[in-house]
Write a protein that binds this ligand. Structure first.
Ligand SMILES: [Zn+2]
Length: 456
């Protein structure tokens, strides 16, 4: 007997609350994260069900867990449900409720929401995947392919101690034919019907370290000195003013069309001559997302220079976060970077590529797969007239390590009509992160319905 969905939704709520309270805050240092707390929670939840699981701990307390429920046919494709268990830090003063309380709070309009860091990125998905996985195991239902639940550490710091580590060192343990992970499933409702955005690709990072050279001098006589910090500041200013011609392709058009703008706004957003003006009028979360979805972006994020406050610095180090659209490569990024720096400053700058060791796979997964069809069918159970549209994520997710191995990986989930796309974007790494119960129900159901449809 299958468990009623309301019972399962309650299980997702309860698990999400526990995962939030476990505070697996990843500060980007090996000592932070403490994902062993969430790994232990997952292990306890799966205990006694008679399935195999394996844990990985490349550094103390940085635990990832893989549980596998075997299918009936060793040749059938396997499906990995991957959820990261870490979250990013918070600024508590910006929150209306305890960011690690995991409280269930009823909003002014009567919506019940679970509050806390990770409620949308991505403990909502991680907890609902666990509930769906456990329900399948508990019910004794067997599908042809293996179903793998992967609770992974360290996504928020690039997966070095999580997905990247396991995939590079122990591919056999996690090997799968399809992957579902964050994020997607925001519906928008317009006169033309309902559109749900899932993700099948992401922008790729081209992080750069610029070493900027100057000449030392006495800080008391700055006139006409060769100050590396001033050069760095000029580069930063040029970067902030640099304009990239937007790439208005079919995927971007679909994204814009799915957001329910009025006809005039939509027309201007799709017109390279007017997009900048419209972006300036939109809510910031929406504008930032759309801006990044149609161009390579440059964000100067760290600047260090000099050693002493009375000495003109002869060196500066500038770290730049560059994100490339699918189809763009490292050479494109360097070409634009040189353009930004300009011929006058270029002789003083050495450009270093960071993360060069990372095996780059395709930025996009094809949607011509049984899994994409299963997702579409499953979403149409909740939103019968929905058009399911592929899109890109502006940041990086662990999906990229699977894509590098040729495995189709999609960002999915399913949200209620309570969360607009712009609001959803703002909650990622933002203040007052929270998710409504209806969305948790829809997402839990989605995984179960996908499994029902993938192997038919
Ligand atoms: Zn995430």
């Amino acid at each position: 007997m299958a468990t009623p969905i309301d019972t399962l939704t309650n299980e997702t709520v309860d698990l999400l609350q526990q995962m939030i309270r476990n505070q697996c805050v990843n500060e980007g240092t090996p000592e932070s994260g403490h994902e062993d707390r969430n790994a232990r929670l997952v292990r306890d939840e799966l205990d006694g069900l008679g399935i195999d699981f394996q844990t990985f701990e490349p550094e103390p307390n940085r635990t990832s867990l893989i549980a596998r429920y075997e299918g009936t046919d060793p040749n059938a494709p396997s499906l990995c449900l991957m959820g990261h268990t870490d979250v990013v830090p918070v600024s508590p003063e910006g929150w209306d409720n305890d960011p690690f309380g995991g409280e269930l709070i009823t909003s002014a309009d009567g919506t019940q929401e679970v509050w806390g860091r990770g409620a949308v990125d991505m403990l909502n998905v991680t907890s609902s995947m666990l509930v769906a996985f456990r329900e399948i195991v508990r019910s004794g239902k067997r599908y042809p392919g293996d179903i793998i639940y992967f609770a992974v550490a360290d996504e928020e710091a690039g997966g070095v101690l999580g997905a990247k580590h396991i995939i590079e060192n122990d591919w056999d343990a996690i090997k799968s034919d399809y992957v579902l992970t964050e994020y997607g499933g925001t519906p928008s409702f317009t006169d033309d019907g309902t559109t749900v955005l899932l993700t099948n690709g992401e922008k790729r990072g081209a992080f750069r370290h610029l070493e900027i050279a100057g000449s030392p001098g006495h800080g008391s006589m700055p006139y006409a000195t060769d100050n590396a910090l001033i050069k760095a500041a000029k580069i930063v200013a040029r970067m902030s003013e640099y304009k990239v011609a937007p790439n208005i392709d079919e995927m971007f058009r679909d994204r814009v069309r799915s957001l329910g703008f009025d006809a005039e706004t939509e027309r201007r957003l799709l017109d390279p001559a007017h997009i900048d003006d419209v972006l300036a009028e939109l809510p910031l979360g929406m504008a930032r997302n759309l801006h990044s979805c149609c161009q390579m972006s440059f964000s100067p994020n760290v600047l260090n220079s000099g050693d002493k406050d009375n000495t003109v610095p002869d060196h500066a180090d500038l770290m730049v976060d560059i994100r490339m659209l699918p189809g763009e490569d490292d050479d494109d990024a360097d070409r634009r970077l040189r353009e930004i720096i300009g011929p006058d400053l270029l002789p003083s700058v050495t450009i270093h590529r960071k993360y060069d060791d990372e095996k780059r796979g395709p930025a996009m997964s094809s949607t011509d797969t049984p899994l994409w069809s299963a997702l579409t069918d499953a979403i149409q159970i909740a939103y019968p007239d929905a058009r399911v549209v592929p899109s890109i994520v502006t940041g990086g997710t662990d999906a990229r390590f699977f894509r590098a191995r040729g495995v189709p990986a999609y960002g999915a989930g399913l949200l209620s009509n309570k969360v607009s796309f712009a609001e959803f974007q703002n909650r990622f790494h933002g203040n007052n992160e929270r998710i409504d119960i209806e969305s948790l129900k829809l997402t839990t159901e989605l995984w179960l319905n996908v499994c029902e449809r993938l192997w038919i």
